[in-house]
Each structure stands twice: as structure tokens, then as C-alpha cells.
Design a protein around this ligand. Structure first.
Ligand SMILES: Cc1ncc(COP(=O)(O)O)c(C=O)c1O
Length: 404
């Protein structure tokens, strides 16, 4: 099953371990990601048309091959037909943004349900949301904006493929391509929003910009609820591998899980591309640390050099390990899932979606990392398959056939 991996040199290039003090979700994190907001997001999103929990696959054969007790793979490729977990974040934050603006303009606090159902389309039509994106966040934003009836402007950089652009346009967004890298698209989105009175709905936080990224992380906790509902209490994971761009996914998931499991929080392992190791550097420096990206990883969603400061507030006290991986393991991991061999049915995983899987395959087979990450035949590892074939053309090129 792992023949493609036999030929590869070690995929994991760097590992930083941090000692974590087991403790319940700290009160001080209520200011970062409050329990009430997590519950609000979970209740709201469960009402959305088409909502259903995404599958949690048990990769039994692969777990046996890697001498682990279990590997769970949560397939976010099936989330709301949008192809990634991001559907849970941006679309929720759009509703929160509209609720806030409508209240400030009319004095009335309208319900999220009424916004979602398009009942305030006249007001929403005058509120423009905007963001930079590598693709998945923008798709979520465009989808949420279309439902509420508000205009949406999305800024992408040169490296974002046409398929991703078209997917956002299909939800009615105006997509503007700018020269330069992701940071350039962030800059343009912010400058245009400032000039035109638009509202930035970004998934990354920075000093002075916290509310929408907080909403987005709260939206991601829906995945936690679903995982806990799907597993028997005796089978909860001992480890969670979470791939990161700015850290929102990892922090939302780890934060939500921490709230639920308290001092029994599984070991949180953050996975990044070697080309964008901002969280690993932050762990090494004990402070949020940016990294100047020089080469774009094929894990496009993870190619991010700036740490979301809210995410870091959550990850620092709860993530024990930070590792970086090269791109080399990504195509083999996508093909492995597509073969159906790991769990008995084929699974569609995109380039960023399989990062945790690629990292685990390497880590479980290298004695130094196996020991360093505390992996053993008793370990149950949860992976978040954060996207499906969000770039169908690239998926087909790598896997050899179109995504089913
Ligand atoms: C498929 C996929 N996985 C993981 C991530 C990482 O999420 P975050 O930037 O919140 O860390 C992204 C971000 O765009 C993504 O698109």
C-alpha cells in the first residue's frame, strides 16, 4: 500500500516539541474564542439548508500498516458541496457581519436566520463584503454572500488557478486578480475596502481586526461536535494532526476540542509546508512569528506566512508539536486515498487536505519521529481531510482520473 512512499526521502523536515500543561479550557481563552460563540455557530450552521455531518472514515488497513490503533479521516471535501471545511467559517462570518451592520444602520438586531433566508436582501444589497483568498475561504464567503443577497469582492493573486476563480464567480462574487503573492492580494483587498466602505471578512486576525476571524474559528468547531458524536468515548483520538495556513483551522478545532475534553485534550500536532513554517517558527520563538514566503507550496491553502494572532493565543498553550513537510508526499497521499486501500473506499483528498495524512505516514514510520510524537500501537490519530478536489484539473493530473 505504501510503495510510493518507500522511494521518498523523509517528508517531515523539522519538528518543534513544546511541553503542554494538561488543564481545562482556560477562562482567559473565553476572550479569544468564547464558549457562547462556539455554540451559536454550531446551532446556526446546523440549520443551514443541506447541512449534514461530513463522514468520519476509519482507515483500518492503513492503521494496521503503520502499527497504530486507529486512523480517522474526516472528509471535509463533502462540506455543503463547497469542497472544503472553509464552508463553515466564511459563510457564518458573513451573516455575523451583516447582522452587525444592519443593527448599526437601523438600530434593529435581526436574527441570523432572517439574514440567511434573504429577508433583508434590500439592506444586505447595500453592504459589500470583501476578502483576499487562496480559494477556499473566498468560495465560502461568496456562497454566504449570495444567500444573504450582499455583493462580494474577492481578491486573488497570480498563483490561484482559474478553476478556483470560476468557482467563486459561480456564487456571484466579483473576483479580482492582482499581481504578486497572497500578501499583495490582502493589501489590495484592504485598500479597496477602505476606499469604498466595504467590510473585510478575513479568516486571519491581526491587531485591531479580530471579530470575523473569531466567528470563522467558531464555525470550524462544528467539526469537533461531529467527531465527538461519531466516536464512542473510549475511542476518542489520542492525537490530532492539523494542517495550518494562518492557523484558524487548527485553533478552531483544537479550541473546540479542548473545551469538550478539558485536561484530556489529545496531543495536537500542527503540520505546515516547509515553505511556510510560520507556526513552527512561532513555537520556536514563543511568539507569533511571520515568515517571508519565497517558494509557493503545492499545498496552496497552507501557503501562508502570517500567523493569525487569535489562533496563536489558542495553539500556544495546547499544541505540543509543530512539524513541517515537503510537497513530495502530497501526490502519493492523494493517490493512496483515491485507491481506497487505506479504509476500503476511495476518498477524494486535495493537496492541502492530505497534508496531515502525508505527515502521519512519514512520522509513524520513522523511529525518531514516532518516539518524538508519542505514536505507538495504542495511538488513535484523527486527521482532518480539509478539502476535496477544489482544483479539479490539478486533482486529475495528480491522481490520473477525475474526482468521483
Ligand atoms: C484545504 C485547506 N486546509 C487547511 C487550510 C488552513 O486553514 P487556516 O488558514 O485556517 O490555518 C486551508 C486554508 O485555506 C485550506 O484551504
Amino acid at each position: 500500500m505504501l510503495h510510493e512512499f518507500e522511494k521518498l526521502p523523509g517528508l517531515v523536515k523539522d519538528h518543534v516539541h513544546c511541553d503542554i500543561v494538561a488543564a481545562p479550557y482556560p477562562d482567559r481563552l473565553q476572550d479569544v474564542l468564547p464558549t457562547s460563540l462556539m455554540h451559536e455557530a454550531q446551532q446556526e450552521i446546523a440549520q443551514w439548508h443541506g447541512y449534514e455531518p461530513t463522514p468520519l472514515h476509519s482507515l483500518v488497513a492503513l492503521a494496521g500498516e503503520l502499527d497504530l490503533s486507529a486512523i480517522y479521516y474526516k472528509d471535509e471535501g463533502l462540506r455543503f458541496g463547497l469542497g472544503s471545511f472553509k464552508a463553515l467559517g466564511g459563510a457564518f462570518a458573513v451573516i455575523k457581519q451583516l447582522q452587525e451592520v444592519i443593527e448599526s444602520r437601523t438600530g434593529n438586531r435581526v436574527s441570523m436566520e432572517s439574514i440567511r433566508k434573504g429577508e433583508h436582501a434590500d439592506l444586505c444589497g447595500q453592504i459589500t463584503v470583501a476578502s483576499a483568498t487562496a480559494g477556499n475561504h473566498g468560495r465560502s464567503l461568496a456562497w454566504g454572500a449570495q444567500r444573504a443577497g450582499c455583493p462580494c469582492k474577492i481578491y486573488i493573486h497570480a498563483g490561484v488557478g482559474d478553476a478556483r476563480k470560476e468557482a467563486m464567480e459561480a456564487f456571484g462574487a466579483e473576483v479580482i486578480r492582482v499581481a504578486g503573492d497572497y500578501d499583495a492580494s490582502v493589501y489590495h483587498a484592504a485598500a479597496e475596502a477602505d476606499k469604498n466602505g466595504w467590510f473585510i471578512v478575513s479568516d486571519t486576525s491581526y491587531p485591531g481586526y479580530l471579530e470575523r476571524p473569531r466567528d470563522i474559528m467558531a464555525g470550524y468547531t462544528v467539526m469537533v461536535r461531529e467527531v465527538l458524536d461519531a466516536l464512542e468515548p473510549d475511542n476518542l483520538p489520542t492525537h490530532v494532526f492539523l494542517q495550518t495556513g494562518c492557523g484558524g483551522l487548527a485553533a478552531g478545532f483544537a479550541g473546540g476540542l479542548w473545551l469538550e475534553t478539558g485536561a484530556d485534550l489529545p496531543r495536537i500536532v500542527v503540520v505546515e509546508p516547509t515553505e511556510a513554517p510560520c507556526l513552527l517558527l512561532s513555537a520556536r520563538n514563543h511568539a507569533a512569528t511571520a515568515y517571508q514566503i519565497e517558494v509557493e507550496s503545492m499545498m496552496v491553502g497552507l501557503s501562508c506566512g502570517e500567523v493569525s494572532i487569535l489562533a496563536w493565543d489558542i495553539l500556544e498553550p495546547c499544541s505540543s508539536d509543530y512539524i513541517t513537510i515537503t510537497d513530495d508526499g502530497i501526490p502519493p497521499a492523494m493517490r493512496l486515498l483515491a485507491s481506497g486501500a487505506p479504509g476500503g473506499i476511495p476518498i477524494v483528498g486535495g493537496e492541502s487536505g492530505v497534508a496531515g495524512l502525508a505527515a502521519l505516514i512519514d512520522a509513524a514510520r520513522r523511529q525518531d519521529l514516532r518516539t518524538g510524537l508519542g505514536l505507538s500501537e495504542n495511538s488513535r490519530v484523527l486527521l482532518i481531510g480539509s478539502e476535496g478536489a477544489t482544483s479539479p484539473d490539478i486533482y486529475q493530473e495528480i491522481v490520473g482520473h477525475a474526482a468521483a
